[in-house]
Design a binder for this molecule. Structure first.
Ligand code: PFF
Ligand code: NA
Length: 446
């Protein structure tokens, strides 16, 4: 790739692509269950603080690097390092990012496969009249069936890699943009419905009245990891999009818009899901099945519930589809940069991710008792280590590169802000984001 990449046709196209990457399973599936496992409101406070102090400034750094380099991540980092007289080994950060998204996509595809399964069940009216316990039992039976899970994982990954190979992601993003407001509306509706249930009060208390005694260094690490994950920051994936950003677009404003949207989707999903949890006497710390067990119940209470539930899972699939394309793209781009053709690169990535995903699939059945590290099974490891260690480490290196390695003039130009705003951003990055990430990683891991 060279320095004259085509630009996104409009500013909106850029925001759409980044929103497509950001809004996905992280908001609707991971946010509620991880908040439920980590004590509720206190965790939410931490997570929002991390979005503001880390996620947002590092997201700006990541996109800025892509915009300054106007190349694929590895090449952009190598080129900018050269310009700054720094080590060419900074390119390896791009490779590390590709490895991170490789791990993430392997479980992302499996869980998106659960959405396919639930979509099909919803369309067939399979949830009508079921109690919470019955939905839960159905989900357990599905998890215990590796063939059915592998089928859905395969289907989802195939959908993703086909779009990547054909290079039609922009078309999908337009569709995404058209339909995301509907997903948002459905979540608003669900939250309104939740307000009429007797679980609503407890849900609000659980989400918004913090009990800080529940906070441990590990809980803080979970919150930090989730902030990176949900914003799609730390894997050089947004860097790739930055390379296409129009000259005149405000980068900080775009980043802030995406963060606000992303957090609000998570909050709406949280309100709906925890209202069901409390009205049905379920356990908020139920784990990765939380959304799958609660939402069919919530929708069942609405008129036309089965229809809305089907529409919901369809839209969720679309949201995860655009996120998974963003996860796959940097790997394919990296292989292309190493001389592979696009078709071969896509096939290689698809097969490798598929194989790694089998570990997650089997961790619910054949490998359920296999706990190779920290007492965690394969699924817990795949969802935890890349999200909570690799993304923050990648984000840390991105921040160091932007704040200490790149010449200030270049960084300011690519960020496209006035001198005082630039100094503010640089100060936050240097003296808050970077030390904070180091401290939280160290405290959580030691
Ligand atoms: N942000 C996505 C979500 O919340 O579902 C997940 C994600 C996408 C993480 C892309 C990392 C990434 F590079
Ligand atoms: Na997200």
């Amino acid at each position: 790739m060279n320095a004259t990449l085509e630009r996104w046709s409009t500013r909106r196209a850029f925001i759409l692509a980044v929103t497509g990457a950001a809004v996905g399973l992280g908001n609707i599936w991971r946010f509620p269950y991880i908040t439920g496992e980590n004590g509720g409101a206190a965790f939410l406070v931490l997570y929002i603080a991390f979005v503001l102090l880390l996620g947002l400034p590092v997201m700006m750094a990541e996109i800025m690097i892509g915009r300054a380099g106007r190349r694929a991540p590895m090449q952009a980092l190598g080129y900018l390092a050269g310009q700054a007289g720094a080590s060419p080994h900074w390119r390896l950060l791009g490779l590390f990012g590709a490895f991170t998204v490789f791990c993430i996509l392997s479980f992302y595809s499996v869980v998106s496969g659960w959405s396919i399964e639930f979509f099909v069940t919803a369309v067939n009216g399979g949830f009508v009249g079921l109690s919470a316990a019955e939905v839960g039992a159905g989900f357990e039976a599905f998890l215990a069936d590796p063939l059915r899970m592998t089928f859905n994982h395969t289907l989802f990954l195939f959908m993703t890699m086909t779009v990547v190979a054909a290079g039609v992601a922009k078309g999908l993003e337009r569709l995404n943009n058209l339909l995301m407001p509907l997903l948002y509306l459905l979540l608003v509706l669900l939250a309104l419905y939740a307000a009429t249930t007797d679980g609503f009060g407890p849900a609000l208390a659980w989400l918004f009245m913090p009990d800080f005694s529940a906070i441990t260094p590990l809980v803080v690490l979970h919150a930090m990891g989730h902030a990176f994950f949900t914003l799609a920051v730390g894997a050089c994936a947004l860097m790739a999009y930055g390379a296409y950003m129009p000259e005149r677009q405000s980068l900080p404003r775009a980043a802030a818009a995406v963060a606000v949207l992303d957090v609000s989707v998570a909050l709406l999903a949280g309100i709906a899901i925890f209202s069901v949890v409390f009205s049905q006497g379920l356990d908020p710390g139920e784990g990765p099945g939380l959304m799958f067990v609660t939402l069919p119940i919530a929708f069942a209470e609405l008129p036309w519930g089965a229809l809305w539930l089907s529409v919901f899972f369809l839209l969720l699939l679309l949201a995860t589809w655009t996120s998974s394309i963003n996860l796959a793209e940097p790997m394919v781009a990296t292989l292309q940069g190493l001389g592979f053709g696009r078709g071969k690169a896509t096939a290689a990535v698809g097969i490798a991710v598929w194989l790694l995903g089998l570990l997650s699939v089997l961790s619910f059945s054949a490998l359920a008792e296999w706990r190779p590290l920290f007492g965690m099974n394969a699924f817990d490891l795949m969802t935890t280590i890349p999200t909570e260690i690799f993304l923050p480490v990648g984000g840390l290196l991105i921040a160091i590169f932007a704040a200490w390695v790149m010449p200030r003039g270049d960084a300011q130009a690519a960020l496209g802000v006035t001198a005082p705003s630039f100094v503010l951003w640089l100060t936050v990055l240097r003296w808050i984001s970077i030390p904070l990430t180091v401290v939280v990683l160290a405290a959580g891991l030691l």
